[in-house]
Every structure is written in structure tokens, then in C-alpha cells.
Ligand binder design. Structure first.
Ligand SMILES: [Zn+2]
Length: 276
């Protein structure tokens, strides 16, 4: 009986939109079976591991100028996350830069951002373009796309009943330490291995544009950024582009959405210029 109640509770909690409906009009109901605290603890562990690896290789935040630039842009975007959800300003946001040839950037659940130097240097990105990229990654976290992907994968792997049993464990719905550890390892794998769906990419594009515009960055820069990324894909760039397939249709959609949201940029540009 308790298992069915658990399933029911998760199903009910799973049918909602994680963000408020804003100017970019994203309000899809989401499949979120995995409890948020689990997604967050998995993300925290995975991020700490990435930080440690980078530190061990002397690759963490080595270029001071680059780090300052990325942090300044990221925190200007983070200043606007409250528009999309009430709790997001209180997240424990972290922004780091990893020295790497890889063209990659991500924002894990709970606001753990990593930008690789490869993506900054190989695209020779402007501040507006970096804001477009980081805004897109933050949007994935605000929408809890990672948690959504993990939920789908868990259910596919163990089935709904098994999943509920897995969560409920021996004593109600608290995880045993061992199970939690296994889950953290699995979570890290899932976060990095599973691509976002096309729908999720579309949402991250829209919210990313709005976030950038609200922070006073030109949303049209998303178009030039993705064109640069597209050009790079000829030179065989793996991770980021395999999860962010860029094509003419997508770029056209981004251009259309950027024009639609441009009024927010015009409104916010002045405020930011004064306070900059
Ligand atoms: Zn994406």
C-alpha cells in the first residue's frame, strides 16, 4: 500500500511546470518523478568531483581575467533568475572556469556553473555571446531539465514500481546511505551522458534569451554565437555540440525569439549601463 501512495505522490508532484510563465512563454508541464533533493545531492557530488579533478590538474580558474569576466556576466544573469522562479535567487550559485580544449559549458541542478576555456577561446566570444551561452545553461537548471532526464532514465531502467520501491527503501521514503551513494554515481553519469530533448533545448533557448535581455545583454548575440558553434562543428567538436545540435531551423527560431524579446533588452540596457 505504502508503495502505491509513494507512486501517487511522485506522480502528482511530477506534473507541474518548474518555472513561472514569463515573457518567453515557457510553461510545459514536466515529468519530475525523481525528488528534487536527490537531483540536487547528485549534482552537488558530481560538481565537487569535477572541481576536484580540475584542481588536481591545475586547470581550475587559472586565467584570472577570464574568470572575472565569466563571473561578472554569470552573476548579472543570476540577478534575474527570480523572474522565473521564486526560490532561484537563494540557490547556492557557483561559477567556475576550467582550462580545457573542449568546447563545453554546463549548469548543474541547483546552479553549479562550469565554463570551459575552450568554448570562450575557440568562439572568440563577445560578452553578449557569453551571456547567451551561460543564459542557455542557466535556463536548463531553472527548468530542472537534468532532473527531468534523470526521472525518465530511472523509470526506463527500473520501471515505475521498482523506482518507487527504490526510493521508499526499508524505512519509508528515506534513502539508505548505500543507495544514496549509488544514486549519486548514477546521477552524475546520467547528467553528463543523457542529451537534452529537443523540447528542452527549445525551452533553454527561449528562457536563455529572456534572461540575457533582462540582464541588459543583446539577445541577438545568441544567433552569432550558434553560427560560430556551427562553424566549429566542422572541426569535430564533441560533447557540447552533440547535446546542443545547432542547425539552420534552430538558429532561425532563436532569431525570431530574440527579436520578440528585444524590448526587454532595450528596457534593461540603460539600467545596466548606469550601474555597470
Ligand atoms: Zn542546451
Amino acid at each position: 500500500m505504502i508503495r502505491y501512495i509513494v507512486i501517487l505522490v511522485f506522480l502528482l508532484s511530477g506534473c507541474a511546470s518548474t518555472t513561472l510563465k514569463t515573457d518567453s512563454e515557457v510553461d510545459r508541464n514536466q515529468f519530475l518523478l525523481l525528488p528534487n533533493y536527490m537531483a540536487l545531492s547528485m549534482a552537488e557530488d558530481a560538481y565537487r568531483q569535477e572541481i576536484k579533478n580540475a584542481e588536481d590538474n591545475n586547470d581550475l580558474n587559472v586565467n584570472e581575467e577570464q574568470v572575472l569576466r565569466i563571473k561578472k556576466i554569470a552573476f548579472r544573469l543570476i540577478d534575474q533568475v527570480h523572474v522565473f522562479r521564486d526560490d532561484a535567487s537563494d540557490w547556492n550559485w557557483e561559477v567556475n572556469v576550467q582550462k580545457s580544449e573542449e568546447v563545453n559549458a554546463y549548469c548543474m541542478p541547483g546552479g553549479k556553473i562550469m565554463v570551459y576555456s575552450g568554448i570562450i577561446e575557440k568562439t572568440d566570444a563577445t560578452d553578449d555571446e557569453l551571456a547567451a551561452m551561460i543564459g542557455h545553461e542557466i535556463a536548463h537548471a531553472l527548468r530542472e531539465h537534468g532532473r527531468e532526464r534523470m526521472s525518465t532514465a530511472f523509470v526506463q531502467q527500473v520501471g515505475l514500481i521498482g523506482f518507487a520501491a527504490y526510493l521508499s527503501g526499508k524505512d519509508g521514503n528515506r534513502l539508505s546511505k548505500e543507495v544514496a551513494l549509488q544514486a549519486a554515481a548514477l546521477g552524475a553519469t546520467l547528467f553528463f551522458a543523457l542529451p537534452n530533448s529537443r523540447e528542452q533545448e527549445r525551452e533553454a533557448d527561449k528562457i536563455g534569451l529572456e534572461l540575457a535581455a533582462r540582464a541588459g545583454y543583446n539577445p541577438m548575440a545568441a544567433v552569432s554565437l550558434w553560427r560560430k558553434m556551427d562553424a566549429l562543428s566542422d572541426a569535430k567538436i564533441p560533447e557540447f555540440l552533440s547535446t546542443h545540435p545547432s542547425n539552420e531551423n534552430r538558429i532561425e527560431d532563436i532569431a525570431k525569439d530574440a527579436r520578440k524579446i528585444n524590448y526587454l533588452y532595450i528596457e534593461n540596457k540603460k539600467t545596466n549601463q548606469i550601474t555597470k
